[in-house]
Design a protein around this ligand. Sequence first.
Ligand SMILES: [Ca+2]
Length: 188
Amino acid sequence: MTLKNRAHDILIRRSGCAAVVALLWATGLVAQAADQPELLVNPGFEEIASGQPAGWEASDPKRVAPDEHAGAGGSLCVKLDTRDEEGSLHVAQNILEPKQGQKFVFRYRVCGDVGEGTKYQAYVGIWKGTEWLSGVATEMKPVPSSWEENTIEFKLTQDASRLMVVFAIKGDGGAVWFDDASLRPVDE
Ligand SMILES: [Ca+2]
């Protein structure tokens, strides 16, 4: 088996495993999901529109794209790639008129192949119209080399009219993948 074929074989097996996990997860949480709807469109980056993750806005369509990285949930994730040109990239989605006073849980998975100079941000920006109010988890973080899941809870107490979920990278070169994003209201 060639290296390429072997890599493909591993990718297929991992994808199959992820699909089973996703199915179990979905079956177990049907009732809960009905009470707590997912607010993001295309949270798993599985749908593509004009070559881009549907529902998401990319800072640079040439360097932010759907990708079949091994270990992605489902088949696809989103890849932010600064290997050819350093700088910053992001992919983002707006949620209009979130419920004020509501508690939310924000989840995502991330992994990357980067030098030490590249870090990532996965945050929720809170806006009143075009005015920035605050942000949740805005710090730059080191990029893990294998998939890592993060969960952040926050309560919307301010006069917010818009949330923005943002995945961003900044640095001197590398590729970072994000997948399985989620933003759901949760009961207190
Ligand atoms: Ca996915």
